[in-house]
Design a protein around this ligand. Sequence first.
Ligand SMILES: Cc1cc2nc3c(=O)[nH]c(=O)nc-3n(C[C@H](O)[C@H](O)[C@H](O)COP(=O)(O)OP(=O)(O)OC[C@H]3O[C@@H](n4cnc5c(N)ncnc54)[C@H](O)[C@@H]3O)c2cc1C
Length: 320
Amino acid sequence: MSKIPEDAIKCLDKGFVRLVDSMGGDNAIVQAARVSYGKGTSKVSQDRGLIRYLMRHRHTTPFEMVEFKFHCKMPIFVARQWVRHRTANINEYSLRYSEARDEFYLPNPDHIQFQSALNKQGRMGEVSDQLKHKVHKYFKEISDRSFEIYSELNNDGVARELARAILPVNLYTEWYWKNDLHNLLHFIGLRSDSHAQYEIRVFSDAMAESVKAVAPFAWEAYQDYAVSGLRFSRIEQSILEKQLPNRVVDDILEDIAYQITATLHVNKPRSESDIYPLYKKQGGLDSEEDFRLKWDSGEIQSGNVRELREFKEKLFSLKN
Ligand SMILES: Cc1cc2nc3c(=O)[nH]c(=O)nc-3n(C[C@H](O)[C@H](O)[C@H](O)COP(=O)(O)OP(=O)(O)OC[C@H]3O[C@@H](n4cnc5c(N)ncnc54)[C@H](O)[C@@H]3O)c2cc1C
């Protein structure tokens, strides 16, 4: 079984993730999207805007144009969770064909904890050194003993495909794992989340490094809209509609009118005399005098016009 290659990210005590190959990046996403939206210009800022639009509207197929192939080595119990992600292409080290190696996961003492009382699928709390020592000792004992028996059965000529069944799930396995960006982001979203088991999170976080490098705009958009974005259910929205006073919504709408004006001005600079009318066109309510005061403060942020307008629509729908 492979030692940790130089270009790999080490994971747990003996595992790793290594990006073997990738196809495309942010450019492949916009290239594919422009087929559906017609040809457009391809300034970097526009590429970023388009990727963010696609992510926001869950137009996912352009993200499937980017491919990643990883070589990974992980304990079998991690692979059991990993393999549930059905859209990947996998080729795994065969214990029918090859002999197992004496490589078992022994947890780092920092990650030996009690069963969580709050989450049935989690751990918590500080375990005594004595208990940590016992856990470590048992992991080592069972790994060593099972491998001894496995080797003995191998030497007796017992079929490898049967002898392997004696080995525990902390044995390391390895595979090539290929997936597209859309499904890889879905994997990372689930497996880098704090609810995922620590041992798989380490691998997911390592793969995330490759995504950041290969498709930085897509990664950023995924963080902004999928990971940090909030969705409100119908029930939650009706509570917001009832509880959020119109004046608060109006204040936010006013801020947005300023931000849209600033963004339009950044994108295509206007003459001084055209800026106030532009702000009024965005629904701004301030008098020209107040507008000048705020505008000249230099504190108005620009953003993405389309995104700000979408937000404005959502806010309008909350007004009663
Ligand atoms: C914290 C956590 C706890 C979990 N606990 C358990 C558990 O206790 N028991 C358990 O069995 N599993 C558990 N799982 C696994 C989980 O139920 C999913 O099987 C796993 O996360 C894969 O998710 P997925 O199906 O969305 O991903 P993928 O298989 O990668 O699929 C990606 C997307 O493709 C689509 N898709 C793929 N295949 C099909 C299909 N055949 N039909 C329709 N759509 C499809 C779906 O939209 C899916 O979301 C857990 C997962 C997590 C993250």
